[in-house]
Design a protein around this ligand. Structure first.
Ligand code: SF4
Length: 351
């Protein structure tokens, strides 16, 4: 892992005002409502501490995967980063020349994706693919040395008989094994930051638990920071020290994982938590959040969550709520945070 030139107390990654846009729908790239561009990530701020795990949570389509692709410098064309800074260990990745970003990607910032079968090339052995990932950042190493390191990487992610597995193709492995190969590949260069995008979604529950345990162990060994992108609050509860909740391209709540689960402040977070079973609570039925996440080209005015919010009031449809602190290290973007205030207004029948 690279030594940092910064103070160790500074966040490893600091994202400020990140805005990632795509051409609007309709003829000539202009949206139905005259939008030249739509923002899939819209003014995101977040920090990731060294050695910590930040869970980024939200429904599919809320912008969390595009956030990770923006950090990796892999926004698919014709998308682009229109504004904001992504400070990684003192460098603004948004302004980094392409060659420097390529050198960084895979070496200091690595990523694992949710579906290992589509991320691994079926035409090459897993060993060849790990060696290629290593060779991209170490062109002077011999073939024998790279093979040895790749076998050690497979052993580290606890793939049995790694020397034999090195020569197998992805289709010869189970889903859990393939995900372990992806992790081995991502960690081959001992990155400072690992972005794991829904790393266990395609796996069954037992294998999911094994993969999460493996990630925790590897983090303890290497000291890497992790951004864990997921829609699964159970995974967040197990893995994350801090959480950012995203809705319609924006972060709507930020806090420690403990505070988020014990004292959620944004109505959207309350809805997400209400929809999962918790071992520490007796509930006869789970609740749901009514309606659907709006697409980026049809966002409602004011608070983007207002058409689905049980606490919504007139002001919510007109004014965008600013992020406000509800306690030390805990912020929510709701006009009526802390949450007791929203509940009081509902009880008084003001809506
Ligand atoms: Fe709900 Fe209004 Fe808060 Fe938005 S600002 S989350 S609509 S109460």
């Amino acid at each position: 892992m690279s030594a940092s030139s910064n103070s160790t107390t500074a966040p490893l990654l600091s994202v400020r005002g990140l805005r990632t846009v795509f051409p609007g729908p309709g003829a000539g790239g202009r949206g139905a409502a005259g939008q030249a561009e739509v923002a899939a990530v819209d003014g995101v701020d977040l920090d990731v501490r060294r050695g910590a795990t930040l869970g980024v949570v939200g429904e599919s389509g809320c912008g969390k995967s595009l956030l990770s692709l923006s950090i990796m410098g892999l926004v698919p064309s014709p998308g682009r980063i229109a504004a904001g800074r992504i400070e990684f260990d003192g460098m603004n990745l948004v302004e980094l020349p392409a060659a420097q970003m390529r050198a960084l990607r895979g070496k200091r910032i690595a990523m694992i994706f949710q579906e290992p079968m589509s991320s691994l090339n079926p035409a090459f052995t897993v060993g060849f693919q790990i060696v290629e990932a290593m060779r991209a950042h170490d062109r002077r190493a011999s073939a024998a040395a790279l093979r040895q390191r790749a076998v050690a990487a497979l052993e580290r992610v606890r793939i049995p008989d790694p020397a034999r597995r090195f020569d197998e193709y992805p289709h010869q492995m189970s889903g859990g094994m393939r995900q372990r190969v992806m992790i081995a590949m991502a960690l081959a260069c001992e990155p400072d930051l690992l972005i794991a995008d829904e790393p266990t979604t395609a796996l069954d529950v037992t294998v999911q638990a094994q993969v999460l345990e493996l990630l925790r162990e590897l983090q303890a060994q290497t000291g890497m920071a992790i951004i864990l992108i997921t829609h699964d609050l159970g995974v967040v509860a197990e893995m994350a020290s801090e959480v950012a909740v995203m809705y319609a391209g924006r972060v709507v709540e930020r806090s420690s994982a403990t505070a988020l689960f014990d004292d959620p402040q944004h109505p959207y977070t309350l809805g997400l938590l209400g929809s999962i079973a918790r071992i520490d609570e007796e509930r006869s039925r789970l609740s749901t959040i009514g309606g659907a996440l709006p697409p980026p080209f049809a966002l409602p005015a004011g608070c983007r969550f207002h058409p689905r919010c049980v606490f919504a009031q007139q002001r919510c449809a007109a004014q965008v709520p600013a992020m406000r602190a509800v306690s030390a290290g805990h912020e929510a973007a709701c006009h009526f945070a802390p949450v007791e205030e929203s509940m009081r207004l509902v009880e008084e029948g003001i809506r």
